[in-house]
Ligand binder design. Structure first.
Ligand SMILES: C[S@@+](CC[C@H](N)C(=O)[O-])C[C@H]1O[C@@H](n2cnc3c(N)ncnc32)[C@H](O)[C@@H]1O
Length: 249
């Protein structure tokens, strides 16, 4: 089900990513990531759930080898096309992030944006990622609690307040992830996913620490560092987002 969902959305997603690749977001993301990793040494980086290939496109260099993995054939196709057009030499392969073919301790850095929420067994995935990292290797996770307002009163209150403000100030309708009537496909997805009703990033922190990671940073609303003022004001996607950094000790 997940695979066909992403196959279907590959072209549209790729358009968004291509537009981001032409924007000042590239530099902002690079600054963000290079503040977190030791960029003075050669690095073997894995981008997990690479989608249309944004991170391989902005992180590959003479000293940084980037491999992108994805489960969707269509995403792999668009990622390869995008990287070829940009003349970027990154490896893109099909792998399930919960169980990969890579050898233990293959990577210095794992990066993953907007994937964990859709993984059927995130604990299995985190265990696999621990295996893939070298000792002291770093895991950077960017994700969001897209459906929390359907499950938790406090999250619903925050969501409704933000939605009201958006409507009153800018006459914009908030994107209501998981809405049964306006977006039945998203509703089905919400009900199928393990993490939809979990409190995050708390769930992730506990899970990562139980596996052996040291969680060194959690930053809510990390997109404030990426989006410009206008984008922040007009953003209809108001679900909470977060960044987690964890190290394999
Ligand atoms: C929302 S997209 C994010 C793409 C990219 N990380 C980005 O931020 O531009 C989620 C991606 O994760 C991929 N994905 C979903 N489940 C996966 C799995 N089990 N293993 C590998 N990739 C997966 C999807 O095919 C999709 O390309």
């Amino acid at each position: 089900m997940i695979q066909s969902f992403w196959n279907k959305h590959a072209q549209g997603y790729s358009q968004l990513i291509r537009s981001d690749l032409q924007s000042n977001k590239v530099e902002k993301w690079q600054h963000f990531i290079f503040d977190e990793i030791d960029n003075t040494v050669s690095l073997n980086i894995l981008d997990i759930g690479t989608g249309p290939g944004f991170f391989p496109a902005i992180l590959t260099s003479d000293t940084r080898k980037v491999t992108g993995i994805d489960l969707s054939d269509e995403m792999i196709k668009v990622a390869k096309e995008n990287l070829k057009k940009l003349g970027i030499d990154a490896t893109i392969i099909k792998q399930d992030c919960q169980e990969t073919d890579f050898q233990e301790a293959s990577f210095d850095v794992l990066i993953c944006r907007n994937l964990v929420w859709t993984v059927p067994n995130p604990e299995k995935a985190y265990r696999e990622w621990y295996r893939l990292l070298k000792p002291n290797g770093q895991l950077l996770i960017f994700d969001g609690s897209w459906y929390s307002h359907h499950f938790h009163e406090d999250a619903k209150k925050r969501f409704d307040e933000k939605a009201k403000e958006l409507q009153e100030k800018y006459n914009l309708i908030a994107h209501n992830y998981g809405d049964k009537t306006t977006d039945p496909e998203d509703f089905d997805m919400m009900n199928a996913l393990y993490l939809s009703d979990k409190r995050r990033p708390e769930w992730d922190k506990t899970c990562l620490e139980n596996i052996g990671f040291t969680v060194t940073k959690i930053e809510e609303n990390y997109l404030d560092r990426i989006l410009d003022e206008q984008e922040k004001q007009y953003r209809t996607d108001i679900a909470p987002v977060f960044f987690i950094k964890a190290i394999k000790k």
